[in-house]
Design a protein around this ligand. Structure first.
Ligand SMILES: *[C@@H]1O[C@H](CO)[C@@H](O)[C@H](O)[C@H]1NC(C)=O
Ligand SMILES: *[C@@H]1O[C@H](CO)[C@@H](O)[C@H](O)[C@H]1NC(C)=O
Ligand SMILES: *[C@@H]1O[C@H](CO)[C@@H](O)[C@H](O)[C@H]1NC(C)=O
Ligand SMILES: *[C@@H]1O[C@H](CO)[C@@H](O)[C@H](O)[C@H]1NC(C)=O
Ligand SMILES: *[C@@H]1O[C@H](CO)[C@@H](O)[C@H](O)[C@H]1NC(C)=O
Length: 463
């Protein structure tokens, strides 16, 4: 039942050689690479036109040979991306426009006393857990080309406060009771020592809120909603993991949905042990909290009882590998799985979204109304499945249907490396990575830049 997706041998050889070349750039391999490159480009071109002809002429084509060639085609990513860009001028122009935007963007990073940020790094978990984008984005900005040391020429002001590193609770989860006061004192400090906060009332200032319900800073949705976004942050830009398509008090602020933090090193280590394209022996996987009898906590149930339904309905089903306990080797399990269930917890988002994509397991998103990160860079509908919470008892049938029809196409899209890149934060910004996507999103909010608006004001008063 588990489909095998082995690429042709020679194709994999090419792929591996490309990686080697990327790492070491040895000259004797280079000529070999160019020989292959031309061949693969030519091959992909013919395949592209051939398959697109087949697909457009018969949209319900289910021939396995067609889907297989499609997969191996999209795996030679470099070739297919070059192909994509050369046949689509709007996409090429978009890339150039993006690069130009980032070239002009300037961000000032406040140098706050260490109690606001670096002191927390004494605990190693601070820069590695699922909320660690607050650390990762700060780090990446410090060495980034968009950083300016002259606040007068900055478009945006980044306020680096780590609020998710107080691991003082019994279960080891961070206590965020202090988040509001810590942020408030940071704002107090910058607004009294610098003129930039007051002149824009914070509207060009950027914060990270990577906790469950963004800048509401509470794990329980009802409390989070009642508390809302602190008044002093309401004018600013919040980079947050939380996002839903409907109106919600915890996104009632200018915001950018970002992915939860997964360490790129951990992904690399797992992929080295278990390559993305290897045969996957687990069909549907979930490891995490699944309560048999979830408690009614002020009218709310954990995961809106979705995880309980999954456990009740599919525990013991041989197609499903369901585990309730923590296990440090879970990334290898994801790498071995075809489908990875990503049901909501208290919040709709989950680190599994990123881990599944990074490790090539098709994410099955069960979280009604979730707003996913970077939709223009990550074509979520093409690389994942969405199952309505009310349909969770039909999960077996739904996944069977996909496995029998479009699974290989979804996997082909998923295994494109640009998608994975967009969801991971690196210590230094890399083109297309998660911090880069944040910068791109900010560059689309330049109307908030005091510098830009001042230039246009001057132009108006000069005439
Ligand atoms: C070209 O690129 C744009 C933007 O990425 C996309 O919306 C459009 O569908 C592409 N067109 C073709 C013919 O691939
Ligand atoms: C960390 O959390 C604990 C428990 O909520 C709290 O008592 C303590 O004040 C917090 N520490 C800091 C430095 O805010
Ligand atoms: C900004 O405004 C606050 C409150 O009105 C004031 O206390 C503070 O001194 C101002 N900051 C500067 C740098 O003028
Ligand atoms: C859950 O508890 C609330 C009161 O907190 C009650 O109004 C509601 O009916 C309960 N829901 C269920 C399904 O038991
Ligand atoms: C695959 O099929 C499922 C169910 O038929 C559908 O919901 C989904 O949009 C399809 N995905 C792609 C990428 O074709």
């Amino acid at each position: 039942m588990v489909e095998k997706k082995r690429p042709p041998k020679n194709n994999r050889g090419f792929y591996v050689r490309m990686k080697l070349l990327h790492k070491h750039g040895r000259p004797q391999e280079k000529s070999c690479f160019y020989k292959y490159y031309k061949w693969v480009l030519w091959f992909s071109l013919s395949l592209y036109f051939f398959t697109s002809y087949l697909i457009s002429s018969n949209p319900h084509n289910k021939s396995t040979s067609l889907t297989k060639t499609h997969v191996s085609n999209s795996k030679s990513t470099i070739a297919s991306r070059a192909l994509f860009e050369s046949t689509n001028t709007t996409a090429l122009q978009q890339v150039q426009i993006n690069q130009a935007l980032l070239k002009n963007l300037k961000i000032f990073v406040y140098d706050l006393p260490p109690k606001f940020n670096t002191n927390w790094l004494l605990n190693e978990r601070c820069s590695n857990h699922l909320f660690a984008s607050e650390v990762a984005i700060h780090k990446a900005l410090l060495t980034s080309d968009v950083r300016t040391f002259d606040p007068y020429e900055a478009d945006f002001f980044f306020v680096p406060v780590y609020v998710s590193c107080n691991f003082s609770t019994v279960n080891g989860f961070p206590a965020i009771g202090h988040a509001r006061s810590l942020l408030a004192s940071a704002v107090q400090l910058i607004s009294s020592e610098y003129p930039f906060w007051n002149r824009s009332r914070g509207s060009d200032h950027v914060f990270v809120a990577s906790h469950d319900f963004g800048a509401c800073f509470h794990t329980m949705e009802d409390v989070a909603m009642t508390d809302g976004v602190p008044e002093f942050l309401k004018n600013s830009i919040i980079l947050q993991t939380f996002g839903v398509k409907h109106k919600h008090p915890c996104q009632d602020v200018e915001n950018v949905v970002i992915p939860p933090y997964i360490s790129p090193e951990s992904v690399r280590t797992t992929v080295e042990k278990f390559p993305v394209t290897r045969r996957r022996d687990i069909w549907a996987f979930f490891r995490g909290k699944m309560e048999v009898h979830p408690k009614n906590i002020s009218g709310r149930f954990y995961s809106r009882r979705v995880r309980t339904m999954i456990l009740r309905k599919f525990n013991g089903d041989r197609r499903f590998y369901l585990q309730r306990h923590r296990f440090s080797g879970y990334q290898l399990e994801i790498a071995r799985s075809v489908f990875c269930l990503c049901p909501l917890g208290w919040a709709p988002w989950s680190p599994r979204l990123v881990e599944s994509v990074a490790l090539g397991c098709v994410p099955v998103i069960i979280a009604d109304g979730i707003r996913l990160p970077f939709p223009s860079a990550v074509r979520w509908p093409e690389i994942s499945l969405t199952v309505a919470e009310k349909d969770v008892d039909k999960l077996g049938k739904i996944l069977e249907h996909v496995a029998a029809t479009n699974l290989t196409i979804i996997q082909g899209n998923l295994w494109d490396t640009s998608t994975k890149r967009a969801l991971l934060f690196n210590n230094r910004v890399q083109e297309g990575d998660a911090t880069w996507q944040v910068l791109l999103a900010l560059s689309q909010k330049l109307d908030r830049s005091y510098r830009v608006s001042r230039v246009s004001r001057q132009l108006m008063s000069d005439t």
